[in-house]
Design a protein around this ligand. Structure first.
Ligand code: GAR
Length: 200
């Protein structure tokens, strides 16, 4: 199975995924890294690992539909079967989501459905939650919304800071996101409505 990782920023999840492929934990081929920005720090991890990179900057297009049309052409050409969003800060169009139905997954830094959006860690911390966490889910047309694959809870300690919580969250992301990709690649995820069953 050939998969692509989409990024917009520093790419620490991409780095963890590359390592999981190199270790043989994920038995798929990471064939493409797509970035929405030429400045994304994560591009360097792809280059170091000699993975093909592609920059599709929405600023160069007049509307989101034409961005996604272009991306789909490139993904078809690269024969991609799974799209892994890793800090890709753009909402995919319904056209894209339909084209790759149940073939797109995302990681989010909160226990969904709480604290959706672009600042999940900060929003949960500011709200004063005692428990937060990480969610990996299938992507549908709405933001941070599709069926949940894996979740892991994290306690917020009495002396927690936003920075220390961020570190805890990222550590868990780097553990459960590669695991979710491994499960997908091995055909162990079965989706029924909102429920995702993990096959033995
Ligand atoms: C991650 O914390 C990911 O959960 C979050 O962006 C960060 C990307 O970090 N995604 C979202 O908030 C999606 N709504 P990274 O570039 O270091 O992997």
């Amino acid at each position: 199975m050939r998969f692509a990782v989409f990024i917009s920023g520093r790419g620490s999840n991409l780095k963890a995924i590359i390592e999981a492929v190199q270790k043989g934990q994920i038995k798929g081929e990471l064939a493409l890294v797509l970035s929405s920005s030429p400045k994304a720090g994560g591009l360097k991890f792809a280059e170091e690992a000699r993975i093909k990179t592609l920059i599709v900057d929405p600023h160069n297009y007049t509307n989101p539909q034409s961005v996604d049309r272009d991306i789909v052409i490139q993904l078809k050409e690269a024969k991609i079967d799974l799209i892994v969003l890793a800090g890709y800060m753009r909402l995919l169009t319904p056209f894209f989501v339909k084209t790759y139905h149940r073939q797109i997954i995302n990681v989010h830094p909160s226990l969904l459905p709480s604290f959706k959006g672009v600042s999940g860690i900060k929003d949960a911390f500011t709200y004063g939650v005692k428990v937060t966490g990480v969610t990996v889910h299938f992507v549908d047309e709405k933001m941070d919304s599709g069926p949940i694959i894996l979740q892991k809870a994290i306690s917020v300690s009495e002396n927690e800071t936003l920075e220390s919580l961020g570190e805890k969250i990222h550590k868990v992301e780097h553990e459960i996101y590669p695991k979710a990709i491994e499960l997908f690649v091995e055909g162990k995820l079965k989706v029924r409505g909102r429920k995702v069953q993990i096959l033995p």
